[in-house]
Design a protein around this ligand. Structure first.
Ligand code: DC
Length: 209
């Protein structure tokens, strides 16, 4: 069974995807991490994120980079959003994601275009979303724990900018697949969101087997 989990930044999709993978005994790929690695690598190369050939060169990052905790910070997230608009970057990362999705036994992938581009045949497609305010508050709490200090309005503004870029880009924009189920986590805590996602997979995915 392939489970596609798409949604905007800080919607809870990563937490939900990880929990679904553990619950159903499936391997999990956080595809945002691949784009973050490209963003980080372009910075290391001294390249320009707006330049498609610089961005393509950065897709040749070492696998060990995926373990680097700096990939998770806000700056790298912003760079990832900028390099992800390039078609050449998306094509370069396609096969790796496709191979993961189609491995025997199935997989859980989270990202922006899993249900629309990477695995349109996924048995279950969840689109996880939440209000900008709820997402900003979560981000603010995570960042405070890591000792990063940004104000709530700064974080909200950054999320809006990233949403705008991810939704309006020409290549594989963030959109709800026609056959996706929308899960709004604005009012849910972690456990309630995970429980709701498991129930949706049981209802939609296991029924289609
Ligand atoms: O999910 P995330 O915040 O780690 O993703 C970082 C950026 O990578 C996001 O702003 C857009 C891009 N991305 C993408 O274009 N397609 C994906 N499947 C995953 C992430």
């Amino acid at each position: 069974m392939i489970i596609a989990v798409d949604g905007p930044t800080a919607s809870g999709k990563g937490t939900i995807a990880k929990a679904l993978a553990a619950h159903f005994g499936l391997p999990h790929l956080d595809t945002g991490l691949l784009y973050r690695a490209v963003g980080y690598q372009i910075f290391a190369n001294g390249g320009d994120p707006e330049d498609e050939s610089d961005a393509l060169a950065a897709t040749d990052f070492p696998d060990s980079l995926l373990e680097n905790p700096e990939l998770r910070n806000e700056e790298t997230g912003g760079l990832a959003s900028r390099v992800s608009v390039h078609r050449a970057v998306r094509q370069a990362l396609f096969e790796r994601q496709r191979a993961f999705a189609t491995q025997p036994g199935g997989a859980v992938l989270d990202g922006r275009d899993i249900g629309t581009v990477i695995a349109p045949e996924a048995e279950v497609k969840l689109f996880v979303t939440a209000s900008v305010e709820a997402r900003a508050l979560r981000r603010w709490k995570e960042m405070a724990l890591r000792g990063e200090s940004h104000t709530l309005p700064e974080i909200e503004e950054d999320l809006r900018r990233r949403d705008e870029r991810d939704r309006n880009r020409a290549e594989a924009p963030l959109l709800v697949a026609e056959d996706a189920v929308v899960l709004d986590t604005s009012e849910l805590d972690r456990d309630a969101a995970v429980a709701a996602a498991i129930a949706l997979v049981e209802q939609h995915g296991l029924a289609s087997r």
